[in-house]
Design a protein around this ligand. Structure first.
Ligand SMILES: [Zn+2]
Length: 253
């Protein structure tokens, strides 16, 4: 076992020593159509019995992606059309500051209704905004747009993003977006997990927020696939650790 896995195992041991259950969840972004990588993702979820929250881009999605998802896969909503509307000085975003919250909320709500219709009981009305970016001004409009949850990146400031909107973020992005779009490496991925777990354990972050693993099946290299597999195997063998699914996390029956 190398130093990164050792420090991850040590952190999990600290949770056990404190009589606490470390909770994880798994979100994967950018599903839009059937693909061998999506099949591989869902097969991994099924084989490892790890619930998967699959963030689907609703506008233009091919409904055939529903086929063969497996029992542990829930769909959440990844924006409306995932189009980059960023202004000149903004980072990539579907929801630029120049767009009125009302217009953005209508686009999101229309896409939600359509996705809910074809995805049926697999769908949980949770918004995972593209690039994890959503203007603060849009957050209060989410409940009226039909969303029960919001998922971005980084330790949450509060359990509710707005009244009626549960917030559960991701904390470990396994892709190196600015360095070749391959696996970010064990040290970086496990380091991020250990930092979030330690912050929760030491009261510097909300201990009730499960640590979220974020993947992007379309760009995984073999190292990313191997990492996820090893993570799930490690987690399965570790007592006092629990994976949670989106229905339960976002309090949707
Ligand atoms: Zn995306």
């Amino acid at each position: 076992m190398n130093a990164a896995w050792r420090s991850f195992a040590d952190e999990l041991q600290r949770w056990r020593d404190g009589g606490r259950t470390a909770e994880f969840w798994w979100r994967d972004d950018d599903a839009a159509r059937p693909a061998p990588t999506l099949e591989r993702l869902c097969a991994l979820s099924a084989r490892m019995a790890v619930p998967l929250a699959l963030a689907v881009v609703p506008v233009g999605a091919d409904r055939a992606l529903l086929r063969g998802l497996g029992g542990a896969v829930t769909l959440i909503q990844h924006g409306a059309d995932h189009r980059n509307r960023a202004g000149a000085r903004e980072k990539k975003t579907e929801f630029p500051a120049s767009e009125s919250p009302q217009a953005a909320a209508i686009r999101l709500s229309t896409a939600r209704v359509a996705l809910a219709e074809w995805a049926g009981a697999r769908f949980v009305p949770v918004l995972a905004p593209p690039w994890n970016r959503l203007p603060d001004a849009l957050v209060p409009a989410l409940a009226a747009a039909g969303f029960r949850g919001l998922s971005r990146y980084g330790a949450r400031a509060s359990a509710a993003a707005a009244p009626g909107v549960v917030q559960v973020n991701t904390h470990v992005d396994v892709i190196a977006w600015r360095a070749g779009r391959g696996f970010i490496g064990e040290e970086a991925a496990l380091g991020a997990a250990v930092r979030h777990l330690a912050a929760k354990r030491e009261g510097r972050a909300d201990a009730a927020e499960p640590t979220g693993w974020l993947s992007h099946h379309a760009v995984h290299d073999e190292a990313a696939w191997n990492f996820l597999e090893r993570l799930f195997e490690t987690a399965r063998a570790a007592p006092g650790l629990r994976w949670r699914g989106a229905h339960e996390l976002f309090h949707v029956p």
